[in-house]
Design a protein around this ligand. Structure first.
Ligand SMILES: [Zn+2]
Length: 180
């Protein structure tokens, strides 16, 4: 159930933004939604589990219905933020994509052209995880923040990982800086 203008019980609290958002596209509401916790640190047994912009949701599937709205618009695949998202997908599914190209891609034109499109759109972007890989500012921010304006994570300030930052992609002098 989706409840607008929801008042969270006073004994409850909210987690940091992001729930089940791994590999979700830029602007997806899962990057912004916060989990609701009871005073014991559990999810409420009854009632909503997620909270965003004054609205409460029972499930992430309900949160997903906001994707494509004015607040959480879909971006064209050619947008730089979408390209960075595709680079993440491509890094994560590297093995699968190789297999797909070899097996299924030989038989299905549509699949082959989708893979080629992703390869084209991610051309020149770093295809790996961690330091020197694609940072994740593009999930929620319009532009890559400068290191001095980087918000860091809710649990740690910039540079989140010490000698580099997974949010803005900054890395210490001599380190492999990236984030595009
Ligand atoms: Zn940073």
């Amino acid at each position: 159930m989706i409840r607008e203008n929801y008042k969270i019980p006073r004994t409850y609290h909210l987690g940091s933004p992001g729930a089940g958002s791994f590999l979700c596209p830029p602007n997806h509401p899962r990057h912004f939604v916060r989990s609701i916790f009871t005073q014991y640190g559990n999810s409420p047994g009854r009632g909503p589990n997620y909270f965003l912009d004054g609205t409460a949701f029972d499930s992430l599937q309900e949160v997903d219905t906001l994707y494509g709205s004015d607040e959480y618009p879909r971006l064209p695949l050619t947008h730089q933020r979408s390209r960075l998202w595709l680079a993440c997908l491509r890094s994560y599914y590297r093995e699968y994509i190789a297999t797909l190209c070899e097996d299924a891609g030989r038989y299905y034109d549509e699949l082959r052209s989708s893979i080629h499109l992703i390869e084209e759109l991610t051309d020149g972007l770093p295809l790996r995880w961690g330091k020197g890989g694609v940072a994740h500012w593009w999930e929620t921010m319009e532009e890559r923040p400068l290191p001095e304006a980087c918000p860091g994570e809710s649990w740690r300030r910039h540079p989140v990982n010490g000698t580099w930052c997974q949010v803005c992609g900054w890395a210490e002098e001599g380190e492999n800086s990236n984030g595009t």
